[in-house]
Design a protein around this ligand. Structure first.
Ligand code: ZN
Ligand code: ZN
Length: 393
């Protein structure tokens, strides 16, 4: 029985290959506004692509002798769109606690002192907006210092076990149980998750989806991931017992909601569940904006295959740490997604994080702290508009 559904492609093979080229870091070099050098997919050379009145024109044989819009021109056009997206960057600033963390008013007065196990905590109140806060914004209820908590998050998500995190903290003079460490992780991941879910990453038009196996309390589960190919931003995840169409559909919905769009191209291992979910969630509701589902063998490029493999590897290395997972939607996996997107620099992105590549920059030495404190001060995200760079009127 074959009911694998293939929507009519709204994208041609050259455009597809253009996407593949544009997503290889360094393969599209901008010389200036009108001249680009594009790496050949087959040979170790570059082709020059120049902007003209009729669009981008390439010097490769495909363009020269066949008069076609070649994959290199497509790659330039796609990179150009990518640049535009990154220019509309959102900055998540480190929270400065000398002013009011919510409205930034400097009219801040001492309010009261709260006593807890770790000592006295001065509280302030803002004359501007009425917010009451301490300089430990986001960490007030904790009996350890903020740094111990963000270090614990960092160690855990780089692959240390809870017990190793606990040992490390003890060396720093912080005595907590490994159960407490897990509680911190759960608490702060939920807080940050609520915050970042309001931010739309500027992802590209080629996404990739795959499945990983995961042991949760001894049971095998499937972890599905939807990633943007260009920025490596991990858009959505889904954990389930089975791998049917209905098991992956929620991830398609979630990914569209998070990204505020759906991709032109979806690459997968070709499993029919993804094809059917694409048809049911995306195609049937908006056939005019269909997403072409491409099994990765059609693209052939090993770079493409490696991207998901790498995420598989990252998760597998930490699998033993996920033993503590209680429910399929455990904050631990969401935490790993946060770490992957917002904290961890990526070699394939020239040392940027996927969120930076997707136009969301998290400032500060300690990105965990920045995220936690922004989440704690309320829902407002500071958008830095590129207009500010222009002449003021
Ligand atoms: Zn060309
Ligand atoms: Zn205020």
């Amino acid at each position: 029985m074959s009911n694998q559904y293939t929507p009519k492609p709204s994208i041609n093979e050259r455009e597809l290959r253009g996407h593949a080229i544009a997503q290889n870091f360094g393969w599209v070099r901008r010389v200036d506004e009108t001249v680009y050098m594009v790496h050949s997919q087959k040979f170790d050379r570059e082709y020059q692509v120049v902007q003209t009145e009729i669009g981008w024109v390439c010097e490769c044989p495909d363009a020269k002798y066949r008069g076609l819009k070649c994959k290199h021109s497509w790659a330039v056009e796609i990179s150009w769109e990518m640049r535009k997206r990154v220019e509309s960057q959102i900055t998540i600033e480190a929270v400065r606690v000398d002013n009011c963390p919510r409205c930034r008013s400097a009219l801040v007065v001492r309010h009261s002192v709260r006593h807890n196990r770790s000592g006295d905590l001065q509280r302030y109140s803002c004359k501007g907006c009425g917010l009451r806060f301490s300089k430990n914004l986001g960490f007030e209820s904790m009996r350890v210092n903020p740094q111990a908590i963000t270090q614990a998050l960092q160690l855990y998500f780089t692959g240390e076990s809870l017990r190793n995190v606990q040992k490390f903290l003890r060396l720093q003079g912080v005595n907590v149980s490994h159960v407490s460490v897990l509680k911190w992780i759960r608490k702060y991941v939920s807080l940050m998750e609520g915050y970042v879910s309001q931010i739309t990453p500027q992802v590209g038009n080629t996404w990739r989806t795959d499945e990983l196996y995961l042991k949760v309390k001894g049971d095998m589960k499937y972890l599905f991931a939807m990633m943007d190919d260009e920025t490596r931003f991990w858009i959505a995840q889904q954990v389930s017992d089975k791998k049917g169409t209905s098991d992956v559909r929620p991830m398609f919905r979630e990914a569209e909601k998070r990204a505020g769009k759906r991709p032109k191209v979806l690459i997968s291992d070709g499993a029919p569940n993804f094809a059917r979910a694409n048809k049911k969630e995306w195609y049937s509701r908006h056939p005019e904006r269909n997403t072409v589902h491409v099994p990765d063998i059609r693209l052939g490029g090993e770079v493409h295959n490696n991207k998901m493999e790498r995420l598989n590897g990252e998760i597998r290395d930490r699998e033993q740490n996920f033993r503590g997972l209680k429910t399929p939607d455990s904050p631990i996996l969401k935490g790993y997604q946060l770490f992957h997107n917002y904290v961890r620099p990526h070699e394939g992105l020239g040392g940027r994080t996927p969120s930076e590549a997707a136009g969301v920059k998290v400032e500060g030495e300690d990105k965990w702290k920045t995220l936690i404190q922004n989440a704690a001060r309320g829902p407002k995200v500071n958008t830095e508009n590129s207009e500010e760079d222009g002449p003021s009127s």
